[in-house]
Design a binder for this molecule. Sequence first.
Ligand SMILES: [Zn+2]
Length: 129
Amino acid sequence: MTTKLCSKCKNEKDINLFVLDSRRSTGHGAKCRECANLDNSKYQKEHREQANNCQARWIKNNPEKFKEMAKKRDRKERLLLKRVYVIKELISGSVLKFSDVTTDLIELKRAQIQLTREIKKCQSKLTQN
Ligand SMILES: [Zn+2]
């Protein structure tokens, strides 16, 4: 059994309990798996907290910019949703497959949906009067 001294916990452990590291001549890292995992999760936690703090600080310092960005993201999502909606409308009840859908078709279908909505609006106005 080959053993190795962990650089972190200073315990002598079986070589198989060490992380693999191809950059090292031994093929194994200096730290045992336990220590490496511990370090990784600690690093990730700290890093995440740091990133969150950084974001929170930025939002606090740039409230207008943040609002603007949120608005832009909303608009983008709405557009995307619209597109998805139109594609669904195009495909449902037709012979078209998703791969058949082109930008032109989407535009046409969008126009058709808008036209149908306008007609409905007119009709409801007419029936109201
Ligand atoms: Zn260790």
